[in-house]
Ligand binder design. Structure first.
Ligand code: S3P
Length: 437
């Protein structure tokens, strides 16, 4: 395990292009493997999570050709996923673990076992098993709800499914299974969540209809997707954005970042807190399902912040950035409250416990609640003392500790910094370049 120290920064300056989007890369690889014709993927994320997905697609019979500027996937077609010899190892990738069963559920008379690392073995899969069983697959999970688990594919029927939690992973899983069911499959979301699956399916020729919180897909013969261009990951960019806002004298440009409105909740929260941010964020397209992903540059500068309240409806739009909202809260004047975010407890770590415990260890005045946290900020730069924080093997916690260090008075040592490789292997290099800028 590597311990890395992040000293208080003088300032961050310059331009940076964040790594490719993890969510979109996972989907591009999975849909590429499902397609019967070759799919070219440009700017596929080269990180531990998305490499697990490529390896899984190869086990299922897809050919992956790695070129200098792009990947080409030659898939098996929608109903011809191969049955691998052994279990599929999803590594640390929750998105792979929850999306892939949607496809596998429709492979009649074939079985697939999925397993992963210690963190994955604590993450529930009953949320996908329930709708997939209703559609006609059989799932056997450890203790009825955990990996390793086995999917026995079947002849699927379409369902209308009310999501009990606002989860893009569960929504995507049901929509993928819906491609192989009879008729139209509908998912009803309690609140909007990232819509990359819907957009990519629309680009692949699937009929995708949205009506408010209802999303429906019609079954398909095959997917036809020539090319996917993956934008920069707004969740990775968020760490750099937070650093620029918190360290006095900073001003940076984050280039070619995804600006899909279902992913920019953090930037909107930051704006509400008084953050200085210039960039074209996508507006909610209503009932349209655009077949592409919007991309743009963001300019961010240091400035004072005030506390804010984040309610349940906003949570899915900023779910992976809520640890950073806690950090911003430490530097904001007044109270910052996040509610309705109990989903944080089943991420790569229990992110309510690890974020609150971690930031408290650095001197923050923060308390956990059942479904979120409350931070009392001092207001002004250098509000946080510093110290040591453990990543708990969670990539976003490792990077949270690093940014806290740059903005702190005494610096922060991050135990387990290598966890960042899951989504952002070049994180330390990008931060170093901005510090030199
Ligand atoms: C993801 C959805 C979110 C998010 C995860 C990626 C996706 O999970 O936290 O990092 O790519 O669909 P949930 O759908 O479980 O909220």
């Amino acid at each position: 395990m590597s311990t890395v120290r992040f000293d208080p920064a003088r300032r961050l300056r310059g331009q940076v292009t964040p790594p490719a989007d993890k969510s979109i890369s996972h989907r591009a690889a999975i849909l590429g493997a499902m397609a019967a014709e070759p799919v070219r993927i440009r700017n596929y994320l080269d990180a531990a999570d998305t490499n697990s997905t490529l390896a899984a697609m190869q086990q299922l019979g897809a050919l992956v050709q790695v070129g200098p500027d792009e990947l080409v996937l030659r898939g098996t077609g929608l109903r011809q996923a191969a049955e691998p010899d052994g279990p599929i190892d999803v590594g640390n990738a929750g998105t792979l673990m929850r999306l892939l069963p949607g496809w596998l559920a429709g492979q009649e008379d074939r079985s697939y076992t999925l397993d992963g690392d210690a963190s994955i073995r604590r993450r529930p899969v009953d949320r996908i098993a329930e709708p997939l069983e209703r559609m006609g697959a059989t799932i056997e999970a450890t203790d009825g709800r955990l990996p390793p688990f086995t999917i026995h594919g079947g002849r699927l029927r379409s369902i209308a499914y009310d999501l009990p939690v606002a989860s893009a992973q569960v929504k995507s899983c049901v929509l993928l299974a819906g491609l192989m069911a009879d008729g139209a499959t509908t998912v009803v979301e309690p609140a909007p969540s990232r819509d990359h699956t819907e957009r990519m399916l629309a680009a692949a020729g699937v009929t995708v209809n949205r009506n408010g919180r209802h999303v429906a897909v019609t079954n398909a013969d095959e997917l036809v997707l020539d090319e996917v261009i993956v934008p920069g990951d707004p969740s990775s960019a968020a760490f750099l954005v937070a650093a620029a806002v918190l360290v006095p004298g900073s001003r940076i440009t984050v280039r070619a970042t995804g600006t899909n409105w279902t992913r920019t909740g953090f930037l909107r929260i930051l704006e509400r807190m008084g953050g200085v941010l210039v960039g074209d964020l996508e507006d909610d397209p209503g009932d349209d399902v655009p077949p592409d992903e919007p991309v743009g540059d963001l300019e961010v500068a240091h400035g004072p912040l005030v506390g804010t309240v984040v309610e349940a409806d906003e949570v899915p739009l900023a779910i992976d950035e809520l640890p950073l909202v806690a950090l911003l809260g430490c530097f904001a004047e007044g109270e910052t409250v996040v509610r309705g975010a109990q989903e944080l407890r089943v991420k790569e770590s229990d992110r309510i416990a690890t974020v609150v415990g971690g930031l408290r260890g650095l001197g923050a005045d923060i308390e956990a609640t059942e479904d979120g946290f409350v931070v009392r900020g001092v207001g002004g730069p250098k509000s946080l003392r510093g110290g040591t924080i453990a990543s708990h093997g969670d990539h976003r916690l490792a990077m949270l500790g690093a940014i806290a260090g740059l903005a702190s008075r005494e610096g922060v040592e991050v135990d387990g910094m290598e966890a960042a490789d899951v989504s952002y292997p070049t994180f330390a290099d990008d931060v170093a370049a901005l510090l030199r800028g």
